[in-house]
Design a binder for this molecule. Structure first.
Ligand code: SF4
Ligand code: SF4
Length: 378
């Protein structure tokens, strides 16, 4: 079998199925990554969402029998919405990060990898292939960097010269001995724009991230958002793009190659108040297809309350009182109490006083007291 010819054929085919960039690397262990992950674990910088077994994350041989190469694919996603939301005075909106615009990218990448697998298997029926994206064991980023898709920026994103870092990536481990591609040179140089732009200081020099301080991670958690980050979340209901928008290599990058990635502005930039009263079914219908819905309704509702507090939206007070009085969840009630304190006013004050007498949960009570203290300082 002529594997360099097959590689050319795969590259040519990838273009026809909407893969914007493809790269090849060996299936050698990711030794440098392994050391980095151990360091991260020691420092407590991990998000907890990642595969816990560092060996599996860094050794392709544990995932596929006798692997010989890994193919990395990248699809560029849009950075700007084609259709603008209609802004009405007093109607506050939240924002989903770009990676949650349009159809869930896991589905898009899986589809392309599946088609690539079928193409390869038609050529070599005995080939062993294993594809993954994001939730797989391997680090999509480490693979993409080694396969020459882009370099790893100080913002921890893979930056391509063609599309900046606005790309979705996934990979396929194969049993086929493809020639590896060359690395893209790191072009961050002395720039620190992403570090300066990060609202929480989550980026650490040397291309590390402390997930526990990262808004993108925090918006995906299910518990109370720690106090120090609440004001910094702003109107982000899911994810954070600040370290990407700050990057000079993303300037002017805005690609609309894939129809399924086009955001519905009413979903990507949703009105905040209606989010608070969505039923599970309504949430699924409106947001179920986007990647930002993967943790369910509750974290988005909590973040929407923080965003309403950020805007000090007085019209949201009755909605927040309803949450405080009717919701069973400690996080929802606690966040509503805090948001009421932040927004302030007579109505909020009365509701918080009433809740203080009624509430028995110590965590919610703590937030009610914080809310009352904020109003007292007004
Ligand atoms: S996603 Fe936001 S919070 Fe996280 S590192 Fe980037 S700028 Fe900082
Ligand atoms: S903002 Fe500057 S330092 Fe950060 S990833 Fe982009 S080029 Fe690199």
């Amino acid at each position: 079998m002529d594997f360099s010819k097959l590689k050319e054929e795969i590259i040519a085919y990838s273009k026809t199925i909407g893969i914007d960039k493809i790269g090849f690397t060996t299936a050698d262990p990711f030794t440098e990554l392994k050391n980095r992950l151990i360091r991260q674990q020691e420092l407590g910088y991990q998000s907890g969402f990642e595969e816990p077994d560092i060996e599996k994350r860094t050794n392709p041989a544990l995932l596929l029998e006798e692997p010989r190469s890994i193919i990395s694919i990248a699809l560029a996603y849009p950075a700007k919405m084609k259709i603008r939301v209609e802004s009405k005075k007093g109607e506050r909106r939240g924002i989903f990060c770009r990676a949650s615009w349009g159809l869930d990218y896991h589905r898009i990448i899986k589809d392309r990898l599946q088609r690539l697998e079928e193409f390869i298997l038609a050529k070599i029926p005995g080939a062993r292939l294993k594809s993954m994206v994001d939730t797989g064991e391997l680090s999509d980023r480490a693979v993409a960097v080694r396969a020459g898709i882009g370099w790893s920026g100080k913002n921890c994103a893979v930056i391509t010269p063609e599309f900046g870092s606005y790309i979705y990536i996934g990979e396929m481990i194969t049993s086929l001995p493809f020639e590896p591609d060359t690395l893209v040179e790191d072009q961050c140089g002395s720039c620190t724009k992403c570090l300066d732009a990060c609202p929480t200081g989550a980026l650490i020099q040397g291309g590390q991230i402390n997930a526990q301080r990262c808004i993108s991670f925090l918006t995906q958690t299910k518990g109370m958002i720690p106090d120090e980050f609440r004001d910094k979340i702003g109107n982000r209901v899911y994810g954070c793009d600040s370290c990407q928008t700050a990057c000079p290599y993303n300037k002017g990058k805005n690609f609309h190659f894939h129809r399924e990635m086009e955001p519905d502005p009413e979903v990507a930039k949703p009105l905040l108040r209606p989010i608070l009263s969505l039923s599970n079914r309504e949430f699924k219908i409106k947001f179920g297809h986007v990647s930002g819905a993967w943790r369910g309704k509750k974290p988005i509702q909590r973040n929407a309350m923080i965003a309403l507090a950020h805007f000090k939206d007085k019209t949201a007070v009755p909605d927040l009182i309803k949450v405080l009085e009717k919701e069973a969840s400690q996080v929802a009630k606690g966040t509503a109490a805090w948001a009421l304190g932040k927004i302030g006013g007579e109505l909020a004050l009365a509701a918080l006083k009433k809740a203080k007498d009624r509430e028995t949960d110590p965590e919610v009570l703590k937030e009610i007291k914080k809310g009352l203290a904020m109003i007292a300082q007004e």
